[in-house]
Design a protein around this ligand. Sequence first.
Ligand SMILES: Nc1ncnc2c1ncn2[C@@H]1O[C@H](COP(=O)(O)OP(=O)(O)O)[C@@H](O)[C@H]1O
Ligand SMILES: [Mg+2]
Length: 453
Amino acid sequence: MPNATVLIVDDEELIRWSLRERLSVDGYEILEAGTGREALEQFKSGVDLVLLDYRLPDTDGLSVLRQLKQLDPGVLVILLTSFVSVETAVEAMQLGAFHFANKPFDVDEVSATVTRALETTRLRREVKRLREQEARPYTLRAIVGESAAMEALRQMVAKVAASPASTVLLTGESGTGKDLVAKTIHYSSARVLRPFMNITCSALPEHLLESELFGHERGAFTDARAQKRGLLESADGGTVFLDEIGEMATSLQAKLLRFLEEKTFKRVGGSADIRVDVRVVAATNRNLEEQVAKGGFRSDLYYRLNVLPIRLPALREQADDVPALVDFFIDLFNTEFKKRVNGSTPAALTLLKAYGWPGNVRELRNVVERAMLFAEGKRLDVHDFAALTTYPRSGDLFDLPAGGVNLEDIERSLVVQALKQAGGNQTKAATLLGLNRDQIRYRVEKFGLTANP
Ligand SMILES: Nc1ncnc2c1ncn2[C@@H]1O[C@H](COP(=O)(O)OP(=O)(O)O)[C@@H](O)[C@H]1O
Ligand SMILES: [Mg+2]
């Protein structure tokens, strides 16, 4: 750890001098104190490690150690001593001393111990950072986006998380963040220490889904050789996420409804009612209302689920969220790929905001990941997203006014704007418009535009 600060506490000036000489060579900042009182005074200016003499003129090392640990439980202390009893050694260890260096000591040995001790703190900090990183996907802040819709979504999620057990229905296209929101609801709720379990309703045939959810008794069906607890039982106290609920068979829908209303269920082949406390979060990318109208989804279950509906907007409706999401994923992949990309250029953002994102945030994440893999510049630029222009655009990008438009005028205006934005660089302008060089050159000539309008 370069630039770590080491405090040397010893009343003998010669010892302080020899340690200071050696440790300065290692690149540490050195502070010195000759008494316990001075040590505590110096300590306040920020110290990573203390070399502490056991015998001090005004007090002893153990009581200084105790006070240092009170000020900063994480501080590293190496006791310097020529003689201690076993009891003292044990007490020092219990107080959190890292090491003893026996006097007279070899300065090189002390230097090696200091390096080792600081490495331990570095590792400890790293572990803490990783834990925080692990928890980060589940905090409200993990739902990225600065648009009013995203802010409203975060507020809604916070409210739902704070309410004890209400059932939630998440709707939205694939890739809009339904999984993310379901987990955020769970991990920001009082259920956080209990299980979060999920199941994709479309992934299993009906009878398997039923026994996965509700469990089964021994002998309930041919393969049921032993009793099995279902997801609802295993997740007691926690949250069950039922993804793609629109694909659930109607007979199972009836059983789920009973559970939601009565909080009890029976295992497959069982007769006893089992009671659990589980929050159900259901999600679908289908229009359930339409399915209800067509008879593919039970209306009573729909109304029961729809008490707390949360609709996740498609990314193309929310182009304002693109910049924050791009930055978020750049940070993510900077860490993952050990890169130092510093954001994206305005031209790149214009391109990304105009794109239709049929795969929503998941697609954006993949696109940024790919760009980050190959990125060589300081910022992601239009050419890093060259593959994007070949992707299909979806949805109506422009609304045609009732009176119609002049297509040539619009085309000309877009070419002019693209050239302006690209600073007159035709290749860049072409990328902004999803054209190749010949196509842009043709239009520049057709509209009588110079390279620098
Ligand atoms: N608002 C958001 N902020 C940050 N990441 C998001 C957001 N929405 C979606 N994601 C990310 O996009 C990817 C797809 O989201 P996911 O929750 O799996 O979508 P869905 O379940 O709706 O298909 C995941 O990596 C998720 O973390
Ligand atoms: Mg999903």
